[in-house]
Write a protein that binds this ligand. Structure first.
Ligand code: PLP
Length: 454
């Protein structure tokens, strides 16, 4: 790293999220300068396929001029206004209406935030306020899942079910519990069908509810497909069974669609792919194709009515962000949703997803690939030390990191999650580009296999 270079200045002053800082001092940053379509370029002019759409978010790829225009126009007209205490603005109104129209069932009321984490913190407050409104303040516990990901603010990190989000931070906070992870490859038992596994998952949830007392359990939250936990696609019947348990005990169902929302799983929402009828839905990321930060919590008529009664009786809902529904971000989101419709992005995803899923599954033959999984335009390849026993590599070992590095050297940016490599390309990816993505990844995988052998 040359003195005073951007890399040296980065190491000196820029604290990166989710980073081993000592390793960063040694390795330095990968500095991305520009992007076009599914490709990005680094500061040395090397091109990469952005195989993760950034952090599962740049659905329309890079350089979408209409989003730039929408932002510029709104900036000139009204660069900022807020929505506290009855104020409003047209981009916020348009976006709320559009989300109410698009989302399934009677999800008709939209609260804006800026990130998935903030949206999920809002969810926790909605759930508590809801049960206070109904005169049952003891019904407060929220159940999420081991390996679920809901963000990093204190309440959201508590719902997240990954050890490094809890360890060292004294989390989870009270009233947040975790149930089993529906990963059949890892947790299915000898001779158990996927459906029987799903039943066992639902039974485990019910047992937990009964152990805690149903009168104390308020909500269940989950991603239709777990993303950051390793792209874990549940058995087809899983959500139906989970939902039945929740309904039996009057427990709200919350779908965290931060990754799945807007076409990722092959339907507009993951809830439609997995037949979930959520009482509350959370969206972010692809809502604005990530061009500006914006997220939303969308609640059903039933939840809204209780909250609204409460806000009239016991006081104003004491929660909201300076930038809730920021007009420029909202204008970009409205334009994003228009583009999805005009270009029929959903039909495009349905058309290319089979090639993507088949392409991924071709890697299953590799000597160290334990499982390939995915749905729509999201997937993962999991490496194992031993395919027969499914034994993982030493968790402290560098196999996933190695594969990640080889992928970058071969011109594709993916994401390693322990020993799984996640794929989540921009939704605009074409057949030809999918082949190119897998060619580059295939080389990285071969090199990693050779490295393991050596
Ligand atoms: N929920 C899910 C399902 C996510 O994947 C993420 C981020 O990856 C979040 C919530 C948190 O979102 P953010 O990073 O915008 O706070």
């Amino acid at each position: 790293v040359r003195p005073n270079s951007p890399a040296a200045r980065d190491i000196a002053h820029h604290l990166h999220p989710y980073t081993n800082w000592r390793r960063h001092e040694a390795d330095g940053p990968l500095i991305i300068n520009s992007g076009k379509g599914i490709y990005v370029q680094d500061d040395q002019g090397k091109e990469y396929i952005e195989g993760m759409a950034g952090l599962w978010c740049t659905s329309l790829g890079f350089g979408e001029e209409r989003l730039v225009q929408a932002a510029a126009e709104q900036m000139r007209k009204l660069p900022y206004y807020h929505a506290f205490a009855h104020k409003s603005h047209n981009p916020g109104i348009d976006l709320a209406e559009r989300l109410a129209d698009m989302t399934p069932g009677d999800l008709n009321h939209v609260f804006f935030a800026n990130s998935g984490s903030e949206a999920n913190d809002t969810v926790v407050k909605f759930v508590w306020y809801f049960n206070n409104a109904l005169g049952r303040p003891e019904k407060k516990k929220i159940i999420s899942r081991i390996k679920g990901y809901h963000g990093v603010t204190v309440a959201s990190a508590s719902m997240t079910g990954l050890p490094n989000n809890h360890r060292d931070f004294d989390l989870p906070i009270a009233n947040i519990l975790h149930t089993e992870c529906p990963h059949y490859y890892r947790f299915g038992q000898e001779g158990e069908t996927e459906d029987a596994f799903a039943t066992r998952m639902a039974d485990a949830l019910e047992a937990k509810i009964l152990e805690e007392g149903p009168e104390t359990v308020a909500a269940f939250i989950g991603e239709p497909v777990m993303g950051a936990g390793g792209v874990i696609v549940p058995p087809r019947t899983y959500w139906k069974k989970i939902q039945a348990v929740c309904r039996k005990y009057d427990i709200l169902v919350i779908a965290d669609e931060v990754i799945c929302g807007f076409g990722r799983t092959g339907e507009m929402f993951g809830s439609q792919t997995f037949e979930i009828q959520p009482d509350i839905m959370v969206v972010a990321k692809q809502l604005s194709s990530a061009y500006l930060p914006i997220s939303a919590v969308i609640i059903s008529d039933k939840v809204y009515d209780a909250l609204a009664d409460n806000s009239a009786k016991i006081g104003t809902f004491g929660h909201g962000y300076t930038y809730s529904g920021h007009p420029v971000a909202a204008a970009v989101a409205v334009e994003t949703l228009k583009i999805y419709e005009e270009r029929d992005i959903l039909s495009h995803v349905k058309a290319v997803a089979p090639l993507f899923q088949e392409g991924l599954r071709k890697f299953a033959d590799h000597p160290h690939v334990g499982e390939v999984r995915g749905v729509g335009l999201v997937g993962a390849v999991e490496l194992v030390a031993d395919k027969t026993t499914k034994a993982s590599f030493d968790p402290a070992g560098p196999v996933g990191v190695q594969l990640d590095k080889r992928a970058i050297a071969n011109g594709v940016i993916l994401r390693n999650i322990v020993d799984s490599l996640a794929f989540c390309p921009p939704l605009i990816i074409t057949d030809k580009q999918i082949k190119e993505l897998f060619d580059r990844f295939g080389k990285a995988l071969d090199e990693t296999e050779a490295w393991i052998k050596a």
